[in-house]
Design a protein around this ligand. Sequence first.
Ligand code: SAH
Ligand code: SF4
Ligand code: F3S
Length: 444
Amino acid sequence: MKYYIKTYGCQMNQRDSESAGVMLEAHGYIETKIEEEADVLIFNTCSVREQAERKAIGKIGILKRLKKKRPDIFIGVMGCMAQNKGAELLKTLPHLDFVIGTDKLHELPEIINAEKKERYKDVRLETDYDVLTSMSGHHVNAKQSVSAYIAIMRGCNRFCSYCIVPFVRGREKSRKISDIVDEAKKLVEDGIKEVYLLGQNVAGFGLDGASPSMTRKESPFAELLYELNKIEGLYRIRWISPHPAYFNDALIDAIIDCDKVCKSVHLPLQSGSNEILKRMNRPYTAEDYLSIVKKLKSKCKEITFSTDIIVGFPGETDDDFLATCAIMDEVKFDNAYLFKYSPREKTKAAEYADQLSQEIKEERHSILLKKLGKSATSNNLSCVGNTYDVLVEGASKRNSKRWTGRADGNQVVVFEPKDKVEVGDIVQIKIKESSSMTLFGAMQ
Ligand code: SAH
Ligand code: SF4
Ligand code: F3S
């Protein structure tokens, strides 16, 4: 029996798809990348913007033909859109067999192994803490990949006024530090060199009380970083996403103290205007944001920053937008995910009367894109002449003579190997040239 799984959305969903695959393989399924030869097809979906939902629905719609030709195949939807739309999806897409919500990931094998007549039209959407037990399975191939994702928590309690995630991923549920450390150790034994910790609010990790040992006022996220930093054979620790309101001094110290924690911080800004931040229900100001950046920069000159920004939030005036531009000019991000505001059902901001036109969103988006191009280009140019430790990721797809890897600051580094190199090696590369996206250098 073969399964096919297609993932939409963020790294959290990629991680869930990987866990789902491992669970199915434990029940005798083999992965295929070809839809036509699969017995089970699963779509792991995203709801964060309207476009994301439209894409998945379009794709599943096309499969009607395949289901007609092979009525025995089994098609299911999991992830955020499954949770969001629930049984309604079975009406819009009548060839669909099951809908499994974000807290029911661990029940996937049960649904798939059920008697054929029972498994049709199965919809499971309830809150379930047992989902935390299904989060540690990995597909590791250290010859191909140096890095692995570890989901340290699920859900979000923040309810930013634009965001659907708390409605579709449920309340925050943090895993135990010991389980996360064990998972990381196992990955390192299997050859992984870098772990990427995932959560919607990692700086608030452990505050949800999902694990009774972790009901505290201050998040033990910094503690988790110190514990992971002790793992022998692990080279690098990266993590997303911290909410600035939870970014305390203990976390700043941990980033600086832990040599394996990369000096590259993804710090979602969303807007540079205090008025808009208030309306977004993001309880920090532009000044608070800049103070975190300044503290980190004062302790580590080379630290790099990336961010998420939404343009065209309801009521965003020219001055509000200029405030966002000013922060971009000041922080000089290496990378930024720039989004045009998309009204989402259930969220507060979708009901605000002062929605902006698509034209304004496009215009502001392109202004920020240009700013990002400028700052990324100039940051990369300032790396020329420096030598970096580069974690080798593999031969470049375009030119097999060239290899690529990443510096600690997350910059992509392209080089021609002098000696034999392998995926997972750390090599010293002196940077000779740069572009907005890439550093080019020579092996030392
Ligand atoms: N938990 C993370 C964000 C997860 S969602 C955090 O708080 O930073 C990823 C990004 O999608 C968000 O940072 C936001 O910039 C964007 N986003 C979320 N809802 C959106 C919406 N309705 N329209 C446009 N962008 C949105
Ligand atoms: Fe969405 Fe805000 Fe939660 Fe991030 S913190 S997932 S933006 S509600
Ligand atoms: Fe999308 Fe869900 Fe991630 S809405 S961005 S897949 S948490």
